[in-house]
Design a protein around this ligand. Structure first.
Ligand code: UD1
Ligand code: CA
Length: 454
């Protein structure tokens, strides 16, 4: 049996007060649509389609950043969830069974999809609605039953006071037999409080409907407002902490800590307050990260200490110590055993094993060997206002305090630069380069103010 997935992402989300489509609002800085797509991609659908609408160019732009085969369908006017699904008829008619998901309900999970698909197949129903029981069902469509028989979904605005008390709600995720869905869609009307084509009316039209109640009530949670979005963020944040603690990661407190859903961290690593770790970051074992660190899309080895560090798209190998107050910018690799101290910025550079960059230094577009020592306040001048050039430093070189290295330039192995030198040409191995004037001593020099007094 072939299965397809249609994700509804065309809504404007007026209540979100955003200039972007609602589904691009972030939970732990990942668009809600991204969460749904990740689940769908890992489930193994034969086809995945996304219905776009409001500011579709922005949704398309986001989809471009994703790998995998995702088709899109454009809904010209926001006429409701039923109308949105109609746009994907081509996908639906190509599969036996189709799963419809909401792009604004990020916590749908694989287990629920798997369980509900089995249930759908065995019950033989034309449509299976995934439901959950909530303490506060406000805003969701209610599951209406006649005795044991599931008969309809009633939207909040269309509910009688009695129906509004029902706590079992529609998650907005469904399994449809494609044929049943295709014949139901043209029968939808706009005869409801919102004047929209409700996909939920398919339950009554198809007749043979089943409800699969998920064990995990979070799967229904969606965000329609910024307040709702904050609740989803808090929930997601807590879930990430729980997963990481199960995997052996430590926290003294979780105050101010935000860790993205895709971040991986090894056991015995301690995360300190006010630390943000996002994207595809991977951190090894036995590290101490924070306080006050911001790490995005980095690969970090074991036993690394990062204290007040900002790092983006950098690789940090084992046993490295960085901080306090250092920045690693994209394209940087820090090899084993390196020490980087306060007020150091490194960009697009490779820093060799056991090198020390202790204080107040900028290294850009540089290839640095092993065991190099940088004094305080060194700068690679990598930009002449038009082009950028690389600096090469051999193993065990000693770069004196306040050295400027004017790229392109090469410092040989074991070479030394005198403090305060501005190096503009190649320094051979094992040599000393001093580029500064000699000290002049003027004896018996009287200070100006003393002369004035006389
Ligand atoms: C919908 C369900 C409700 C369910 C809830 C779960 C209907 C009528 N109601 O309500 O029973 O409890 O989801 O979250 O389906 N969309 C489009 N085009 C449109 C309208 C919506 O693509 O014309 C997309 C939205 O971007 C969103 C999804 O469909 O991702 C759901 O739409 P939304 O307006 O949020 O529906 P709810 O009112 O939450
Ligand atoms: Ca919604």
């Amino acid at each position: 049996m072939s299965i397809g997935c249609v994700i509804l992402a065309g809504g404007e989300g007026k209540r979100m007060m955003s200039e972007r489509p609602k589904v691009l609002c972030g939970v732990l800085k990942k668009p809600m649509l991204g969460w749904v797509l990740d689940t769908a991609m890992s489930f193994g659908f034969d086809e995945i389609g996304v219905v776009t609408g409001y500011k579709s160019e922005l949704t398309e732009e986001y989809l471009q950043t994703r790998s995998g085969n995702i088709s899109t369908f454009y809904q010209e006017k926001r006429l409701g969830t039923g109308d949105a699904v109609k746009q994907a008829l081509e996908l639906i008619s190509g599969v036996d069974c189709v799963c419809v998901l909401c792009g604004d309900a990020p916590f749908i999970d694989k287990e629920t999809l798997r369980g509900s698909l089995e249930f759908h197949k065995s019950s033989g129903a034309g449509v299976t609605v995934i439901t959950a029981k909530l303490d506060d069902p406000t805003g969701y469509g209610r599951i209406i039953r006649d005795g044991d028989r599931f008969t309809a979904i009633r939207e909040q605005k269309d509910c009688s006071p009695e129906e509004a008390k029902i706590c079992e709600v529609n998650s907005g995720a469904y399994w449809f037999n494609s044929k049943a869905l295709i014949s139901a869609l043209p029968k939808l009307t706009t005869n409801n409080a919102n004047g929209e084509f409700y996909l939920t009316d398919c339950v009554q039209i198809i007749g043979s409907a089943a409800a699969f109640t998920s064990e995990n009530p979070d799967i229904v949670l969606g965000a329609n407002t910024r307040r709702g979005l904050l609740e989803l963020n808090e929930k997601a944040r807590q879930k990430v902490f729980e997963r990481l603690m199960d995997e052996g990661v430590s926290f003294i407190t979780t105050d101010g800590i935000i860790i993205g859903a895709d971040v991986k961290i090894g056991c015995d690593t301690l995360i300190l307050p006010n630390t943000v770790i996002l994207g595809k970051t991977k951190i090894g074992k036995g590290c101490e990260i924070g306080a006050n660190s911001h790490i995005e899309d980095c690969v970090i080895g074991d036993n690394v200490t990062l204290d007040n560090v900002k790092a983006c798209e950098a690789v940090i190998e084992d046993n490295v110590k960085i901080g306090p107050f250092a920045q690693l910018r994209p394209g940087t690799t820090i090899r084993k055993g390196v020490k980087i101290g306060d007020f150091v910025e490194i960009k697009n550079s490779d820093i060799g094993e056991n090198t020390a960059v202790a204080h107040l230094t900028y290294l850009g577009d540089s290839d640095v060997g092993r065991g190099v020592n940088f004094g305080c306040g060194c700068v690679t001048a990598n930009y002449d206002g038009v082009n950028k050039f690389r600096t090469e430093i051999g193993d065990h070189a000693f770069i004196g305090c306040n050295t400027n290295l004017i790229a392109p330039v090469k410092i040989g192995e074991n070479a030394t630069t005198g403090a305060g030198s501005t190096i503009t040409r190649e320094v051979p191995p094992n040599s000393l380069a001093v580029e500064r004037s000699q000290t002049r001593i003027i004896e018996n020099w009287q200070k100006n103010f003393k002369r004035k007094k006389k």
